[in-house]
Ligand binder design. Structure first.
Ligand SMILES: [Zn+2]
Length: 258
């Protein structure tokens, strides 16, 4: 019973942070003031929204996807962001329930989803998110089970992987933001898991791009936001962790790290 209450609270927290994230991304991207203090407005009619307009998921449903005041459609992106946050918080809450690691992990999930939605929406990685995030993970590495160097080497590897491509191609293959995402991802996972997750992200990207290429919706020069693939992969490996890594390694009869 107690567990159900706590998991419900974690899910609600996720939905609220999802709602906060849509606002945060909007304000950071358009450089609006009052990032944390400003009242939420309808982006169309600028009417200040009341609390019943801001209930994650439900307000959108009850208002049938429209602004209550000007009746302009509210993008499905908003409830989808909130649902994704709520679901991820619940999934991690169930899996890591008894572990003291849950809250730092939810912190990582929170940041990862901000990166994801920011990159999907505007194809940008915001330094005002990236630098504090990287700092937080660098410090968190000291409190984890594995030695901190595992994570720091992961961060350096992730940074180097994209920095190399960035400088060789003079910014044509990858964006500068991808170096930050790579560093963040490596720091979260540690270098062993990081390389597997990187590989997995590119498989995801291919699975996504091939149908679009076949349908000629995109061409080879179309840029896809890397964060759209790196961040889901990060979440997946954060969730399954080294269990999966060891499974792969045992399967391939390679070195077993444990
Ligand atoms: Zn409106």
């Amino acid at each position: 019973m107690e567990k159900i209450i706590i998991l419900t609270l974690i899910t609600i927290l996720g939905a609220l942070l999802g709602s906060f994230t849509t606002m945060l991304i909007h304000r950071l991207h358009f450089d609006e003031t009052g990032i944390l203090t400003g009242r939420s407005q309808c982006p169309n009619c600028k009417k200040v929204l009341r609390f019943w307009n801001l209930i994650p998921i439900f307000s959108w449903l009850f208002q049938r996807g429209k602004c209550q005041y000007c009746h302009k459609n509210i993008a499905v992106y908003y409830p989808l962001t909130e649902i994704t946050f709520a679901t991820m918080f619940l999934v991690f809450g169930i899996h890591f329930y008894s572990v003291a690691e849950l809250f730092p992990l939810l912190g990582i999930v929170f940041i990862t989803l901000i990166f994801f939605f920011y990159d999907v929406r505007f194809m940008e990685v915001d330094d005002r998110i990236a630098y504090p995030a990287i700092l937080f993970i660098m410090i968190y590495a000291f409190f984890r089970e594995d030695p901190w160097v595992t994570f720091w080497i992961g961060g350096i590897a992730g940074f180097a992987f994209y920095a190399f491509q960035y400088f060789v191609s003079r910014g044509k293959w990858v964006g500068a933001g991808d170096m930050r995402l790579g560093a963040f991802m490596g720091l979260c996972l540690g270098w062993k898991v990081f390389f597997l997750a990187l590989f997995f992200a590119y498989i995801l990207g291919l699975l996504f791009a091939i149908p679009l290429l076949l349908m000629q919706r995109v061409n080879k020069k179309t840029a896809l936001p890397m964060g759209a693939f790196l961040m889901p992969s990060l979440l997946y490996f954060l969730y399954s962790g080294e269990t999966l890594l060891n499974w792969y390694l045992t399967l391939g009869n390679l070195i077993n790290f444990t």
